[in-house]
Design a protein around this ligand. Sequence first.
Ligand code: FES
Ligand SMILES: [Fe+2]
Length: 469
Amino acid sequence: MNEISHKRTDIRRGHGSAERPVTAELWARESQVKSKAMLEGGNYEPTHQQVDYTRYFSPEFARQEQPKLFAKTWQLACREEDIPNVGDRVPVDIGALSFFVIRSAPDEFRAFYNACLHRGTKLCRKAGAGEEIRCPYHAWEWSVNGALKRIPSHWDFTSVTPRNGALPQVRLGRWGGFIFINADQDAPPLEDVLSVIPSHFADFAPERRYTKARFRKLLPANWKIAQEAFQESYHVVGTHPEGLPFNGDAQAQYDIYKTTYGHIGRQIVPSAVPSMHAAPAATSFEAAMASAMLAKSWHYPEFPLPELDPAGDLRAQLGAWMRAAYAAAYQRETTQPDSAMIDSTLYFMFPNFAIWLSELIPFVYNFTPHESDPEKSYFEVRLLMPCVEGAPRPAAAPCIEIGIAETIMEKAPEFGFLAIIFDQDMGNMPLIQSGIKAAAPSRNHSTLGAYQEMIIQHWHETLDEYLAA
Ligand code: FES
Ligand SMILES: [Fe+2]
């Protein structure tokens, strides 16, 4: 990692106690399996504690984000398993920008602007397949690699040659089974922007996983408001208080890894430990049992619950049990540390992609703007489960579209108890979007926590840099 180091000395990094330690202490004091990558902390702390509300609803601000942010950054397009056969394709809509990605050979993918060269018709409206790319309007045709194939009445278009008739491409990058695209030919390579993510996720191995469930929900809030609902665990006490007995939200660790081109935010919420906000009677033993029951009910129904010894090292016992359950379920051992098995660690890649390093909740998030309304956005979630060793890769789940007034629980119950938690988060969206517009003129900005909301701070700092460029 390049050394852009800026660490503040005046902020307090979480709030814990002897029985409910902050993440770093929890990891240091226990005999758990440790991961060097996980122990590598961030190198940067921002100072941007006020964010002007206008940027969450101004049409002018949203218009600028299109060419200056979304057309210049790496954007999640799809997973490789979404388009398993040559010719399979999916549209990638990011606000008014639209592209499509196609598998052009068994191990080759291409990304194109989603507009016909004749009169601009969208070439890919929904996921599809075929031997060519064919415009629905006048039937111009291209090969799956973008080469011009056929124009009806070609005699009438003498200026169109194979050279200028090929579909314009955008850049495409791959990591861990994910396909990202970037419309800026001069943008830094995907690897530089992913920064620490590939090394931290080496054992988690996203390339050996598949999309078991997936939804995309339309939200009545700006895409930044939606993403910010996940960039801190400070809201657990207000929004998900039932999680306090077994999640150390106040003891969470936040890191920012800032390099020349990369902006990664990380949030680690320890599980199997009560929150500092939980009632005094809550114990780590009950919290550890709750984690085990959650893991069993959702991922390991066949595996017997552990018999945890309350006098012993609870995290070491829980981590060992989770690795054994994992090995039985997926037919392969895992060397992942206790932190990956037990805690909830979420990595954000600027500007709108996030992935959990967590066997309990292995989700991937993507937040995209609405095509025309800055006060709406899309929240897409994938459940990225490990493939069973030796078995064929299961087909990727199709995307369930969830409307603005529908709940995730009713439309995507395969997300289990997390669907209820998502719906709690979603309930805040219209309140935030309308509340910021009702703010007193003297307080038309947010007041962010120095530590717990540092990812939000850094995202706005970085957004400002992109808009000023
Ligand atoms: S607009 Fe595509 S063929 Fe006419
Ligand atoms: Fe939440």
